[in-house]
Design a protein around this ligand. Structure first.
Ligand code: MCN
Length: 792
């Protein structure tokens, strides 16, 4: 079993390997997803999507579709535009003078990517709606597609937005120190260009919405598969021009979010408008093929990098330009993930002089948005590849280069080019990982395999992970058009049971269990006595960024801990009066408050609950108000940085170029762990997505701008057979500025994997001199790299 190098600072439920409260309902299929919502008289909708990447819409004739039996309404882009008050919001605006095109839920005059919505139909059922789509006649005047980054940047490139000077939406540079001098004085300069394919999160539950616009109350009631019900409500209000008190967003279980479902999409608006038109509930569920074009794509970037160093391996400067291959329209998070790639390019290293640029380039591809890791898998790949390349150049061990350049433990809080890193013991973590690799016998396994003629290699990477976004004011100043704080409500009811109301979403990451653990321990009640309610803007707190950027444990957990601790103080004051003891002399255990050392002098939480709501009968002191409820808004004073070291043992089939992962190890630190079982699962799941990203997944576009991968036959995600066994090691360096010391970790497994796998492959193929500069490492790419390596 895994070793906790340092025990968590809390004993009891925080830190306990508790099985997830969610599992029973999820594993037995008894839960509810959006598609399970069935309302009386409900219609079903379907969206007509553009078959061409770039064209003017000359006309749309929907008359035949409207006459089709069973069809209730058809809307076109122009009609939707007329029905809304504002274009779709872009909430991350880190480039001050960025050109932000007005994006509407359906294309208005022009389509700019294959799959862009053009019209939508509401009908008695989905099949009828799909039949009706075929009756809509759209006349397109096709324009030359801007299919690739190079096409978009070419001097004579056709422009996606004709009134822009070029296809560049904007650019910005993050400076620190004096790069010119660092490069002029460098002993070594290493340059490289890296490319990352388009990839996306592929939740098993596709996106879905059921909208009911009540014609009598003018209320919009929406069931939505989202990671952030509060954000969705706010953005619905903004686009539809209605006040948020008129909108309720409910989110049942989310069958995978992976970042995609943090973003806000046009389909939400379309469903609302169709419901308003028809006076009925409208369900709009994306099918798998649509999901491949209508869900946020991510990852695609080209990055030019130059690194300056002295001959002893000290990195003195880093220059990078991140070309974000954006789509035909900006998604909710705009250039946010690509800006983050630049902002975190120095990773765990203390580099005094940097110049990190990001250039956003529009192409005729699906819009760019969130996917687990949010830009960091690429910054990680770049800094780890550059460390290895530098090590090779100067003949030094890459681990020694890492150790030489790590931000040292006494330098925290450390000011990186953009963020303050709160705490970390990077060298200890690297050491832990290396020792575990040795103990696991990987070195012997590699030697033996090589002696047998098999190409086996070991690779490492070290990652940092930004978690717990905050404080909101600074985020706002940096360009985020939303808050980063979280609000949590903890209530003890009249039966003594506890309910936590949160703005977080349950998308499989175990947040209900983790928050219940924090509340139960803070109050001194049993875990079974705590229920965590998610996903309803009417009953859950009004504010919050929702679930994204690995923040539920740290920001949500921190808020729950504070609220529950305050609530416990009230409980102790009430119990103290009843038991005629001072609150300091009381202990709460398993739902009973008793006087320390005199266990028979006690009162149950149920009796205190009863006295606080119903039969006060002299038990509730006059100084105390009725009810037992606390609300806490937590806006962290700083982000929290988790980190980890990944090691991979891999075998390469030199005939076919197939990479097989034999073993996988992550040493990791996310501050106080609330639930080690969940944290392990999160690392496994995150690593599975890193493996997909490193070896298999690629959204392929042809030069004609057509997407060629719209099924799981073409877009290969790893299955259980491709996932190796995992070994995990934990450290716990607490975040001092977060109550409980929690840091987030939901994305760490995804961030660190790509570089480690790459290094393992290069190590396995050391005879070939392979240098990998793009992901994924598909067999044809690897065979080509092997041939190129041999030629050198
Ligand atoms: N946890 C803990 N102790 C800590 C940190 C985390 O016990 N110190 C546990 C908690 O149960 C927490 C979970 O691990 O809910 C993930 O931690 P956290 O870093 O707080 O991340 P969030 O809960 O905010 O989840 C979001 C994160 C992101 S951004 C994506 S994308 C993602 C992910 O988590 N998508 C997921 N994990 C996913 N897991 C599943 N099954 N499905 C997704 O869609």
């Amino acid at each position: 079993e895994d070793t906790l190098v340092e025990q968590n600072t809390h004993d009891g439920l925080i830190g306990a390997r508790v099985r997830r409260k969610e599992d029973l309902r999820l594993l037995t299929g008894r839960t509810q997803f959006v598609d399970d919502v069935a309302l009386s008289g409900m219609l079903e909708a379907a969206v007509l999507r553009s078959p061409v990447p770039h064209a003017r819409i000359l006309s749309i004739d929907a008359s035949e579709a409207l006459e089709h039996p069973g069809v209730y309404a058809v809307v076109t882009g122009a009609e939707v535009k007329a029905a809304v008050s504002a274009p779709q919001p872009v909430i991350w605006r880190m480039i001050p003078d960025q050109l932000i095109p007005d994006g509407y839920p359906l294309a208005v005059d022009k389509v700019r990517y294959v799959g862009q919505g053009v019209a939508a139909v509401a009908a008695k059922d989905r099949a009828t709606a799909e039949d009706a789509l075929e009756l809509i006649d759209v006349e397109y005047e096709e324009l030359p597609p801007v299919a690739t980054l190079e096409d978009a940047l070419a001097e004579d490139a056709p422009k996606l937005y004709e009134d822009w000077p070029s296809n560049v939406s904007g650019s910005t540079t993050i400076p620190k120190g004096d790069v010119a001098t660092a490069f002029a004085d460098a002993d070594v300069v290493v340059s490289e260009t890296f490319r990352f394919a388009r990839q996306m999160g592929t939740p098993l539950e596709t996106r879905g919405v059921v909208a009911t616009w009540d014609p009598y109350t003018d209320q919009l009631d929406m069931w939505l598969s989202t990671q952030s019900p509060n954000l969705a409500r706010d953005l619905l209000g903004e686009v539809l021009g209605i006040s948020v008190d008129k909108i309720r967003v409910r989110t049942p279980d989310v069958g995978g979010g992976f970042g995609n479902k943090f973003d806000f999409y046009g389909e939400e608006i379309v469903a609302a408008i169709l419901s308003r038109r028809t006076g009925r509930s409208v369900k709009l569920i994306e099918d798998r093929m649509e999901s491949f074009v209508a869900n946020a794509h991510s990852r695609e970037q080209k990055i030019d990098v130059e690194l300056a160093a002295t001959s002893d391996g000290t990195i003195t400067g880093l220059k990078a330009t991140v070309y974000a291959v954006l789509g035909g329209q900006l998604g909710t998070v705009g250039i946010g993930p690509c800006w983050t790639t630049a902002a975190l390019m120095t990773g765990p290293y203390d580099i005094a002089n940097v110049e990190l640029s990001v250039v956003g380039v529009m192409t005729n591809r699906s819009p760019y948005g969130s996917y687990r890791g949010w830009g960091q898998p690429k910054s990680n790949f770049v800094h780890e590849r550059m460390v290895e390349l530098l090590a090779q150049r100067i003949g030094m061990d890459a681990q020694d280069v890492r150790l030489k350049n790590f931000v040292p433990p006494d330098a925290f809080p450390y000011g990186s080019p953009v963020f303050f890193y709160d705490s970390g013991r990077y060298a200890d973590c690297l050491d832990l990982c290396r020792k575990s690799v040795e103990q696991a016998g990987w070195l012997e396994r590699r030697d033996k395999a090589r002696a047998d003629g098999t190409a086996v290699g070991i690779g490492y990477s070290f990652h940092v992970e930004i978690t717990a976004f905050g404080p909101s004011r600074i985020l706002n100043m940096a360009g985020l058009q939303h808050s980063g704080f979280d609000e949590e409500v903890v209530r003890i009811d009249s039966t003594g049971r506890v309910t936590v109301y949160t703005g977080q979403s349950a998308m499989g990451q175990g947040v209900q269990t983790a928050l219940a653990q924090v509340a139960a321990q803070s109050l001194g009640v049993a875990l079974d006595d705590v229920t965590v309610v998610v996903g309803d803007t009417d009953t859950c707190p009004y504010t919050g960024y929702g679930t994204g950027a690995s923040r539920a444990a740290a920001v949500g957990g921190g808020a729950v801990l504070t609220a529950a601790t305050r609530l416990k103080e009230k409980v102790l004051r009430i119990a103290g009066q009843v038991l005629e003891a001072s609150p300091e002399d009381l202990v709460v255990e398993d739902g009973r408050v008793s006087v320390a050392g005199a266990p028979d002098k006690s009162i149950s939480m149920a009796e205190i609950g009863d006295a606080s709501y119903r039969r006060m009968n002299g038990l509730l002191p006059e100084s105390e108000s009725p009810t037992l409820e606390e609300r806490e808004v937590f806006d962290p004073a700083n982000v929290a940085f988790s980190y980890g070291c990944t090691a991979v043992l891999t075998e390469v089939d030199t005939e076919t170029g197939e990479v097989r992962l034999l073993d996988y190890l992550i040493a990791h630190d996310c501050g106080t762990v609330i639930n080690p079982l969940i944290v392990d699962g999160q690392l496994h799941g995150g690593a599975a997505q890193a493996i997909g990203g490193a070896l298999y997944e690629e959204l392929v576009y042809g030069d004609d701008g057509q997407i060629q991968t719209t099924t799981f036959m073409d877009y290969l995600i790893p299955t259980a057979s491709e996932i190796p066994p995992f070994k995990l090691e934990h450290m716990a360096t607490v975040a001092d500025h977060i109550p409980g010391g929690f840091k987030g970790m939901g994305e760490g497994g995804t961030i660190g994997g790509g570089a480690a796998i790459t290094h393992a492959v290069e190590d396995a193929l050391s005879d070939y001199g392979v240098s990998i500069t793009s992901l994924p490492i598909t067999p044809p790419r690897l065979l080509a790299a092997m041939r190129a390596g041999k030629d050198n």
